[in-house]
Design a protein around this ligand. Structure first.
Ligand code: S3P
Length: 431
């Protein structure tokens, strides 16, 4: 007789949490937000919004609801200190967009990883709209001072499909009350567009000859938001992988966000022969959600290219880890963006896979992984990157493997409680 699947409730979606906090602070009236991700990255957004005078409570550890009294599109105030975005690229890039519509000066900074990441991709279009920047560190990097104000409308052709770039421009249009259109080569995650619509704004989204366009008609006000944030698909991804590689059993992940801009990993998993089913499909404030049911399978190698990349950009580390256990050679290409994430995730995955005895090779724009069944043992350098830590955590939780991480605590950026949840799920899948 088969037993019921082990249930894993993943924490709230990080991308949606950042946006819900920012847009609730800019709405007119009181938003009610539940299921927000209580992790370090959203904590950075809370701290930055508070420093700008917004009335945002602490993020409850249990996902219970908070109320945010919005100050309106012009409600933010000049900060008394510099704005520390910690490790969070989404906080930095989206807040640069928000601040572009304000005429005061604000300085954004972050940790060493964030201060090494490219900001020119947002300062470029925002300068074009009329915002001014002073570079206080390396060229095109944080710390940066921004002074916005009267903006011009924009139609920006973004060379990469990046939701952070697209969102920064749309948010500048919002606070600067000018029309803003972004054309990207492929559709990146569209949480900003969906949430703005749920708050009464007009955002058109359509395919064009050059890729995909999102266009904001600037509203005069935003309605408050009533939202229970879906579980984060990018956190669920680690448990889908664990279930696929486990010896027995089944995992069920209820209430996970299934925005098509995030779920290309499901297509890749199916190509690899994994078993994942969706149940109880629903919608929350324009965002699709479902329960994911995953069971073990024999995996075969696959190729992942540029066309799928924006829809699984955060899942490459765990897919590369899965590929180390799939039969044959898997190739990830068109993935150069991974070199400018929290760390260079291409080098980090290849070096660490080799360090535990797997067969991996670095490409300029990706990696090649050849699967095997040999025990994976060794020491992993996370470089403080939460997704590198969790990817190797999954491999380390499987019978026969022995993997030590230099900094397991770095998962706190996106998934507090990851190690406890992983231990419980791995134990449930052991027999
Ligand atoms: C995010 C967009 C993606 C993703 C990041 C979160 C967002 O970054 O990798 O984890 O919330 O908009 P890019 O826009 O740089 O691709």
């Amino acid at each position: 007789m088969s037993t019921a699947p082990f249930e894993v409730v993943v924490p709230g979606d990080k991308s949606i949490t950042h946006r819900a906090l920012m847009l609730a602070a800019l709405a007119e009236g009181e938003s009610q937000l539940a299921g927000l991700l209580p992790a370090q990255d959203p904590g950075s957004t809370v701290a930055v919004l508070r420093a700008l005078g917004a009335d945002v409570p602490d993020l409850p550890g249990d996902g219970s609801a908070i109320r945010v009294r919005g100050g309106g599109l012009n409600g933010l105030r000049p900060p008394a200190t510099s704005l520390d975005c910690g490790n969070s690229g989404t906080t930095a890039r989206l807040m640069l967009g928000v601040l572009a519509g304000y005429s005061f000066e604000a300085t954004l900074t972050g940790d060493a990883s964030l201060c090494s990441r490219p900001m020119q991709r947002v300062t470029g279009p925002l300068s074009h709209m009329g915002a001014e920047f002073r570079e206080l560190g390396e060229p095109g990097r944080l710390p940066l001072a921004i002074r916005g104000g009267t903006l011009r409308p924009i139609r920006w052709a973004s060379p990469t499909a990046s939701a952070q770039v697209k969102s920064a421009i749309l948010l500048a249009g919002l606070t600067g009350t000018v029309a803003a259109e972004v054309v990207e080569p492929q559709l990146s995650r569209d949480h900003t567009e969906r949430m703005l619509r749920a708050m009464g704004a007009t955002v058109a989204s359509a395919p064009t000859e050059a890729g995909w366009s999102a266009r904001l008609e600037p509203p005069t006000r935003l309605e408050p938001l009533d939202l229970r944030v879906p579980g984060d698909f990018s956190s669920a991804a680690f448990f889908l992988a664990l279930a696929a590689l486990a010896p027995a059993g089944a995992l069920r992940l209820p209430g996970v966000g299934t925005n098509p801009g995030r779920t290309a990993m499901l297509d890749v998993l199916r190509r690899m022969g994994a078993h994942v089913e969706l149940e109880d499909a629903g919608e929350r404030a324009g965002e699709p959600v479902a329960a994911l049911l995953a069971t073990p399978a024999r995996l075969r190698a696959t190729d992942v290219g540029a066309d799928e990349l924006p829809r699984l950009v955060d899942e490459v580390p765990i897919l590369a880890a899965l590929a180390a256990r799939a039969e044959g050679e898997s190739r990830f290409t068109g993935a150069a963006e991974l070199r400018v994430k929290e760390t260079d995730r291409i080098t980090a995955m290849v070096d660490n896979l080799r360090a535990i005895g797997a067969d991996a090779e670095e490409l300029e724009d990706g990696l090649v992984v050849r699967g095997s069944e040999r025990p994976l043992r060794g020491d992993v350098a996370t470089w403080g990157d939460h997704r590198i830590a969790m990817a190797f955590g999954v491999l380390g939780a499987l019978p026969g493997n022995e993997i030590r991480l230099d900094d397991p605590a770095c998962v706190a950026v996106s998934f507090p409680g990851f190690w406890e949840t992983l231990r419980a799920a791995a134990a449930a899948l052991a027999s």
